[in-house]
Ligand binder design. Structure first.
Ligand SMILES: [Zn+2]
Ligand SMILES: [Zn+2]
Ligand SMILES: [Zn+2]
Length: 142
């Protein structure tokens, strides 16, 4: 968790952004939440430690981190976007269509195919979000 925070902070600075106190609070809250927070939830988390940080500052920082490819908004159902950490380049989900449960998994099945696609389209790939859709054990009643 400390590493993740250090990596995010470093990435901001390497791209020429100042690591302000507010940004540090926002990054810490983001890492502490293990990802999957909406912007408004993140505002709540940040304000637990730093009541002075404004909503717009949180929104702008999320936008900035998205532009840098460090986080990504994910849209599930009709709710607000959730942000996930993409700082190590990938993120994987199993999404149940029965109960909307999202299961995280670490096994990366697509390194090889991303190399092939990258060559095919001459596209420099920085990361991926992989989602499989289906029904979980509980929903299938097994
Ligand atoms: Zn389910
Ligand atoms: Zn996730
Ligand atoms: Zn992966």
């Amino acid at each position: 968790m400390v590493n993740k925070l250090a990596r995010l902070s470093q990435a901001l600075q390497e791209n020429g952004y100042r690591l302000t106190a507010a940004r540090q609070e926002i990054l810490a809250a983001l890492v502490g939440s293990e990802g999957h927070v909406s912007a408004d939830e993140l505002v709540g988390l940040v304000r637990q430690d730093a009541p002075g940080v404004g909503r717009m500052t949180v929104y702008r920082t999320l936008e900035l981190l998205s532009e840098l490819g460090l986080i990504r908004p994910v849209y599930q159902g009709t709710g607000a976007a959730h942000y996930i950490l993409l700082d190590d380049g990938h993120h994987h989900h199993l999404v149940c269509s029965g109960c909307d449960r999202v299961i995280e998994f670490d096994e990366c099945a697509v390194q090889e195919i991303s190399r092939v696609i990258s060559g095919h389209f001459n596209f420099e790939i920085h990361g991926h979000l992989l989602e499989f859709y289906g029904r979980c054990e509980a929903c299938r009643g097994v």
